[in-house]
Design a protein around this ligand. Structure first.
Ligand code: KG4
Ligand code: ZN
Length: 351
């Protein structure tokens, strides 16, 4: 049985501006390690992408991904330590993503983190990958105040989350079908733009006309949930009917439709809860058009908007170490009986 018990919380550990945490991220196809001090000072952040390994298959192959993590993780950790100027025993904790993600890949990071924590005699902290994405913005802009609305847009998730306090999240809306990143990847594959699709569409869209085709904006005027599968189908139908259509125009118009909906709903969410800040997180937050439109919307609405750097939006271990700092201070270390949970969800407030 692969599925382990959830990590057990024990007694909170006092954390401060000097607490040094090694974070490890292996949930999908990036092998990453980082050292973060005090939850927000990044001493090193190393990411080794497996994109080239998976590109010829048109997507991530789970078995290959876990084997690559086994090969890459030790050198990546070694590099993160050297760059940070710290040795293992100088650290105060070791953290790793334990879900959601590919189970074999997650297990590589979790087992390595537990082994290092044992050897260095420091606490191990199991981190939820989605929670780590929520912390990416706070890590780079600690002046952000709560409550904060985070538009989390990645390959597997699209959600609007109200961060009311550290560790206390309320789900305001989420996708009813495809995640935004999934829509980018599927449309890119259909258009023959390769993998990963998001960056490919981002690039080619710069040469196209975003108003060339009026693709549907599902549920735009209605609530805070999303739906992207109809848009994907609309793109496919359009290209079948108009094979002569310029790929750049199709990509730009598709991207415009996604961005329109994401920005409209993020603004609505921030207004609805009276948020003090509005931030982006997740791989799709690296999208140029989304970043531009998001920032102008924040300026227009007079809300403190913040865009994490592109490197912080896509999978990395600095966000894992940052989330671990808050978790360690709130809940204490995780048990060494913790394993990987591929379907882990964000812990949400329900009252
Ligand atoms: O957060 P992430 O790195 O991994 C997950 O946790 O899923 O997100 C990956 C997703 C992929 O779907 C990828 O196509 C998308 O983020 N992505 C982008 C861009 N860069 C990455 N989507 C649109 N524009 C981009 N520039
Ligand atoms: Zn991610």
């Amino acid at each position: 049985m692969i599925l382990p018990p959830a990590p057990t919380s024990t007694t909170p550990v006092a954390v401060d501006a000097h607490t040094k945490i090694l974070g490890i991220e292996t949930s999908c196809d990036e092998t990453a390690a980082a050292v973060v001090v005090g939850g927000s000072v990044v001493r090193s952040s190393v990411v080794s992408s497996q994109v080239d390994i998976h590109a010829r298959f048109g997507g991530v192959v789970p078995e290959i991904a876990s084997r690559a993590h086994v090969d890459l993780l030790t050198p990546v950790i070694a590099e993160a330590l050297v760059e940070s100027g710290l040795d293992g025993p100088d650290l105060d904790a070791v953290a790793a993503t334990y879900g959601p993600g590919l189970v074999g890949s997650l297990l590589v990071g979790v087992s390595t983190a537990k082994a290092l924590a044992l050897v260095w005699d420091v606490p191990f902290v199991a981190v939820n990958h989605l929670e780590a994405h929520l912390y990416a913005a706070l890590l780079e802009d600690p002046s952000l105040e709560l409550p904060l609305v985070v538009l989390l847009v990645s390959g597997g998730h699209t959600m609007l989350v109200a961060m009311e306090h550290h560790g206390r999240y309320r789900l305001l809306g989420s996708t009813l079908d495809d995640a935004a990143g999934e829509a980018f990847d599927k449309v890119a594959r259909y258009l023959g733009l390769g993998y990963p699709g998001g960056p490919a569409i981002d690039r080619i869209a710069m040469e196209g006309d975003p108003d060339a085709i009026a693709f549907p904006r599902a549920m735009q005027n209605d609530g805070l949930d999303f739906s992207f599968s109809g848009l994907k189908t609309a793109v496919i139908n359009h290209v079948r009917k108009h094979p002569e259509a310029s790929t750049a125009d199709v990509a730009a118009s598709f991207q415009e439709a996604v961005v329109d909906v994401l920005v409209t709903k993020a603004r609505r969410a921030a207004r609805q809860i009276g948020a003090k800040g509005l931030v982006l997180g997740g791989g799709v937050a690296a999208n140029s058009q989304l970043r531009e439109r998001f920032l102008s919307a924040c300026v227009e609405d007079g809300v403190h908007g913040f865009l994490p750097s592109r490197d912080m939006c896509t999978d990395n271990a600095a966000m894992v170490a940052s989330a671990a700092w808050y978790r360690l201070g709130a809940d204490g270390p995780s048990g060494l009986d913790c394993g990987a949970d591929p379907n882990l969800r964000l812990p949400l407030l329900t009252d």
